[in-house]
Design a protein around this ligand. Structure first.
Ligand code: RB5
Length: 160
């Protein structure tokens, strides 16, 4: 894992405990972690947190984003409304690997009700240590497909 990465992390109330554990693990590995909340298990709205993490990544303040809610799904839906964000829900490592290799995903979302800390840390390590294949000539098709995602954003007024 590249320990120069800056990570924005956030959760709602359902993901708070898992987010706290992941934040601690990342910090102990020497990564810079920007925690946008939640700061307790008091009920809050996942789109508010997803927006804060997504904006941190889209504006370049963080290299990657990590989100935790009950399933990972709502966070992903909200984060993907921000131009330039390619958020994905991963509750197993295969998707984490291939969404980096093929989709250059920049935000990982996980579900605290589906996985434990060890599973989540494994998924997160895969996500942070896997590169995008589109940077090489052999992976040009992946870059072309991401350009098509950007075209969709432009078509609907979400320039990136
Ligand atoms: C909160 O109960 C739950 O809806 C939320 O954490 C998340 O799973 C939404 O997608």
């Amino acid at each position: 894992m590249d320990d120069n990465l800056i990570i924005a992390i956030g959760s709602d109330h359902a993901g708070f405990k898992l987010k706290e554990a992941l934040r601690g693990e990342l910090a102990s590995k020497g990564l810079e972690v920007k925690d946008v909340g939640a700061y307790s298990e008091e009920s809050c709205d996942y789109p508010d947190i997803a927006l804060a993490v997504a904006e941190s990544v889209s504006q370049g303040a963080a290299d990657r984003g990590v989100l935790v809610c009950g399933t990972g799904a709502g966070m992903t839906m909200a984060a993907n409304k921000v131009p330039g964000i390619r958020a994905v829900t991963c509750n197993e490592p295969y998707t984490a690997e291939y969404c980096r290799l093929h989709n250059d995903a920049n935000v990982l979302s996980m579900g605290s009700r589906l996985i434990d800390v060890a599973d989540a840390m494994n998924i997160l390590e895969v996500f942070l240590s896997t590169g995008f294949e589109g940077a090489s000539e052999a992976g040009a098709r992946h870059l072309r497909r991401i350009e098509k995602i950007r075209d969709i954003e432009r078509k609907y007024g979400k320039e990136s």
